[in-house]
Design a protein around this ligand. Sequence first.
Ligand code: 0RQ
Length: 502
Amino acid sequence: MSRIANKSFRAKIVDAETAASFIHHGDTIGMSGFTGSGYPKAVPGALAARIEAGHAAGDPFKVRVWSGASTGPELDGALAKADGIEFRMPYNSDPIARQKINAGEMDYFDMHLSQVAPMAWEGFLGPLDTAVIEISGITPEGDLIPSSSVGNNKTWLDIADKVILEVNAWQTPMLDGMHDIYYGTALPPNRVPIPLLKSDDRIGQPHFRVDPDKVVAVVETEAPDRNAPFSPPDATAEAIAGHILEFLKWEARRAGLPPSLLPLQSGVGNVPNAVMAGLIAAPFEQMTAFTEVIQDGMLDMIESGTLRMASATAFSLSPDRAAFFNDNAERYRDKLILRPQDISNNPELVRRLGCIAMNGLIEADIYGNVNSTHIMGSKIQNGIGGSGDFARNGYLSIFMTPSTAKGGAISAIVPQVSHVDHISQDVQVIVTEQGLADLRGLPPRKRADLIVENCAHPAYRPMLQDYRARAASASFGRHAPSIPGEALSWHQRFMDTGDMKA
Ligand code: 0RQ
């Protein structure tokens, strides 16, 4: 049965090539997609082919691409490979796009994910020519049933001049009803409180509205999301998860938190997934998540009954779990809510609910500043994503990492971070497989004591102790002692020799 229940939209069905012909050099395109789910799968490839043909004919064809967060190889990968992206925002994990950005061939604007939609509305980012949005169906009334991610789709549909829809029949029809699209946002000075008091509150409607006159093409697809497998937790991930669970149990007793704790936010990746796995056995019950992405670990927590419900903006599942979800979506219908990312990550809501934010990091310094994005200070890995939205505003902000990278050649704890995403005031707890540092209420030198003793790898701990001892007497000031000429020398040494120790 067709997913397009509206006659006038059915009349707009075309192939991907025809749809892509509506996009021109210099256009800005608002793509759907968030952490590899719900991104358009056909039009970007057809656009990449058009761009390649244009380049072959000497035509300088490039577009500006906005999205929710990361997408998939059929979108960022295909367009980057075709040298078709002039500018990209706000989050990317595609390896080809990453290589072009780091080669200085593609502009990239990395920003907090909750701020993208408001900033687009405010007009700072310029006009949006075309929205290309994956949906899972169209109702008889012409409303759009969202797909496996919501991201910025509501905003792109509202502000774009033209709209291209991809209706993906691979997505389970059971998604219908899981979304909560809030249409109450306004710009200052007309903003009002967002009426959400609990993770499971529904404050919007299940479908997107779209002005049918703007819809220039509808493309039918049947293709899976980019679902990446998680590696089973290794000893490092299990140790990190263990420290966090002990800490959460202690914190729950100390602060008299309820058995359901507080709403969880968990970043993407193997380690946060391992923490979720660990929570299944923890003595918490009826927990909720108010987070960005629903990953395998959260589905497992729901299956086990530990997690009552999860609110997010997207799925980020392994292929096995995605297939399982598609086959069993019915039983998750009252347990999952997908919202626009300006709501799922909204600082007002994160602060009100008191989320427990748990995110990965690239490196942290002895004072607790965190670098989540740039390797050696200059090479972007992914982007800040939603980590800042949650870290600054949560009840607790936990950052986790293995204590070393690149087989031990890099320490994740350094004298000074080579790039700052999260200032020390936004970083309350740092965890490695070595241990956990609860930094709340501590001045810089005491923070450094804990981070070096509890989190640094033994191979680097004496080097950090030596740096601190010398900084204690050589520093210009004694509040947060440092030796500026030496603070980044570890990074320079790695770039020169391939090892921070050598
Ligand atoms: O590179 O694959 O080339 O070896 O960085 O590191 O260990 O695989 O860790 O996948 O958990 O990612 C911070 C990037 C961690 C992620 C970050 C190298 C390492 C490897 C990846 P290789 P791992 P993870 C919600 C929250 C920002 C967004 C965010 C991230 C690669 O967590 O993107 O939090 N966070 N969003 O070798 C040099 C170091 C390194 C290092 C790791 N100290 N120096 N290289 N690497 N540490 C989700 C969203 O917002 C969508």
